[in-house]
Write a new protein. Sequence first.
Length: 169
Amino acid sequence: MDQHIVYLSIGSNIGDKKQNLENAITLLHKLNKIDVVCASSFYKTQPQNYIDQDWFVNAALKIKTLLEPQELLAVLKTVEKDLDKEGKSFRFGPRVIDLDIIYYEDLILKTKTLEIPHPRMHQRCFVLIPMCDIGAHTIHPVLKCRSDDLLKKIEKQETQKVILLDKEA
């Protein structure tokens, strides 16, 4: 079986946000069909869509996995549930942990439960800035554009605040 290169976005805005990300990374490390290759820096990020909530801490992960996309999604949802028994109360609302598939190799997939590449990633500094730490030259398979070029496009027009978080903080 082939290992697939996948990029994930990871975020939290409830409780000890940095620790929540570290806990999720630790859980992913323990799974036998997922190898966490590297993690981006952690960033404090302004909430989007629903702005009346605490700021997030976001990062990106590069993983290798034997799992197919739907299987990986199921595993990520299980990790979310393990770390957040309550779950988010509404779409774009506060959450202990959020794990999203950004890229799965150069796959283009759209089902009722999963869209790859992530449908809004190219509009979000909080996804692209960490993504560029670990995969700046990764090509968006639909837009045919590198991640760092996507970031340059929205940095010029958007005012999404993203601040590098001191890893010791």
